[in-house]
Design a protein around this ligand. Sequence first.
Ligand code: AMP
Length: 283
Amino acid sequence: MNFIEKIEEIRKISRNAKKENLKVGFVPTMGALHDGHLSLIRKAKKISDIVIVSIFVNPKQFAAHEDLDKYPRTLDDDVKMSNESGADFIFYPNPLDIYPVGYSTSINVGGISENFEGEFRPQFFGGVATVCAKLFIIVEPDVVVFGQKDYQQCLVIKQLIKDLHLPIEFVMEATIRESDGLAKSSRNRYLTEEDRKKSSILFLAMEEARKAISKGEDKRKTINAIMHKKLREVPEIKIDYASVALAEDLSQPEIFLKGDTIVLLLAVYLNKTRLIDNSILTI
Ligand code: AMP
């Protein structure tokens, strides 16, 4: 049986593996798994000896008005797909074990978590950092695999690992997309058929910016304006941000220099569904 609900049990499994000199890989998820998650599991399998996948819809990273209650839950499929992709154990903790009554410690990663997602979802990175720190302490992985799809989250988790001296290697895997460019996401299930067709505009907006950059455009405001203009072709879109930043620390100089690695960052509502995406390139 590789479906584990108890904290002590998953910890024991990880510690026993390490006693046998096995490398423990860990992929935290909120379930509703798709090819993006599975590519992380496959990567973890390649670089470690046993792979633990957690499925936990973390209430702390949702604001009161957000979609915690209707977040898709597809546990049976998740277990099957994880196993087929190489997961050795599924950790499916009870929310009351992770956040028992009286729980009162939070982790806040400053700096990198303040802009972009941090500005529009102020509770988000605190919730993510807290649950990841807890899961890392429970699972004691040697290596964790996260998706570039949530690029700022990758930077936050890297900072968390560094600041807390956690002996964990961090690996980021590329974003898996649909054939029209839409980044795969558990939340894509919310899109109506009509909105699904329009949702490729995020990818197209980043492609426009890439094209301009490859022709020599180096001004931050102009690159941002190119993405905004493209996104506005879909009137049902409301932009939270469509911005370019330095990939290393998300700082936003007015002009980018040859050799800079930059990231295009998008977050929009398409009607009621919030979509995020990003693209990294070197000038
Ligand atoms: P989530 O279940 O949305 O919390 O995501 C769990 C992990 O899967 C995170 O590291 C995400 O960045 C990653 N992920 C989500 N979507 C994709 C995707 N389309 N491609 C690659 N990784 C992804």
